[in-house]
Write a protein that binds this ligand. Structure first.
Ligand SMILES: Nc1ncnc2c1ncn2[C@@H]1O[C@H](COP(=O)(O)OP(=O)(O)OP(=O)(O)O)[C@@H](O)[C@H]1O
Ligand SMILES: [Mg+2]
Length: 281
């Protein structure tokens, strides 16, 4: 069983009223027998509707004497399979929020739940493992290693998670194919266009089969046509694989193509709306 996903809950026997602890994963229905009175029963571990929940998130950066209150009480809920964009002026806290939601950074106060599990109750090891298997990251400046080829860049997270090299290679090739880069596997980043490089980062973010993909300005330095191509790909992955995307962008054309736009201002969400003309393909 996937240990990371396990939830522990206390249930009360309806016959003898004793309390017992049971452990299961979301979606499990466990048959149990009360150890005190022998009554048979069932415990259901519900799949939470929301994949991400944030309650009253605050983030204060302290650098020397200066404190920056970057998040000032953010509340949000994101459903499985939703594609959400975060927008807002520079410095309003978008990247900070993304980093906190993905567990890359710690919140100062507040609660973040991923699949119903509190992120700040996980140990550092659990968080790292959770990020590695459940979350994908796409950043603006690719973060590709220039000396490695496309396939070597994509297989890297798998090798770091101790996957066998031949399996890692197979998965990386499949992931590159998935983003339309068949034939480009052995090119180095410098031999690829901006759009192709961004496809490699998308392939790398998907290679571990995540549930949620976080993207910070993923089309930030691409021209309009290439941005549209990358968004076509993101929408295809969202539609076909049910992946949840949380994207930060300054580009309203990108935001228009997602299910929901959250507008931030000075550390809080000030407005949210569903674009009227978001398209599926
Ligand atoms: N590591 C840090 N240490 C101190 N202050 C920080 C740190 N990271 C961000 N900040 C501050 O927190 C605030 C929010 O920054 P953040 O990077 O989240 O903004 P943003 O909305 O992503 O901006 P942009 O659109 O320019 O990327 C800013 O005032 C910034 O200076
Ligand atoms: Mg930012």
């Amino acid at each position: 069983m996937d240990k990371i996903n396990q939830i522990k809950k206390d249930v009360r026997c309806p016959k003898c009223m004793s309390i017992l602890s049971v452990t299961g994963s979301p979606g499990d229905v466990l048959k149990i027998t009360c150890p005190t009175c022998g009554k048979l029963g069932k415990v259901t571990f519900r799949l939470t509707e929301y994949i991400i929940e944030a309650e009253n998130i605050h983030k204060i950066y302290s650098t020397g004497k200066i404190q920056v209150h970057a998040l000032r009480g953010v509340n949000l809920k994101i459903k499985r399979g939703e594609m959400v964009t975060l927008m807002g002026v520079s410095g309003c806290g978008k990247t900070t929020l993304l980093n906190c939601l993905s567990g890359l950074d710690e919140v100062t106060s507040g609660v973040i739940k991923i699949e119903g599990r509190e992120l700040n109750k996980m140990t550092d090891d659990e968080k790292t493992q959770y990020r590695a298997i459940k979350m994908g990251f796409i950043f603006q400046f690719y973060n590709l290693l220039p000396v490695l080829s496309a396939v070597e860049n994509v297989e890297l997270p798998l090798l770091i998670s101790k996957e066998k090299p031949n399996i890692a290679r197979e998965k990386a090739l499949k992931s590159l194919d998935n983003v339309g880069l068949k034939g480009w596997e052995h090119h180095k980043p410098s031999e690829l266009s901006g759009g192709q490089r961004q496809r490699v980062t998308i392939a790398r973010s998907l290679v571990c089969n995540p549930l949620i993909v976080f993207g910070d300005e993923l089309t930030g330095d691409l021209d309009r046509e290439t941005s549209n191509e990358i968004m076509d790909l993101v929408i295809k992955l969202n539609k076909e694989q049910g992946l949840t995307f949380v994207l930060v962008t300054h580009d309203s054309k990108i935001a228009e193509r997602t299910n929901r736009v959250l507008v931030m201002g000075d550390g809080v969400i000030t407005k949210e709306y569903a674009p009227t003309h978001w398209c599926l393909t």
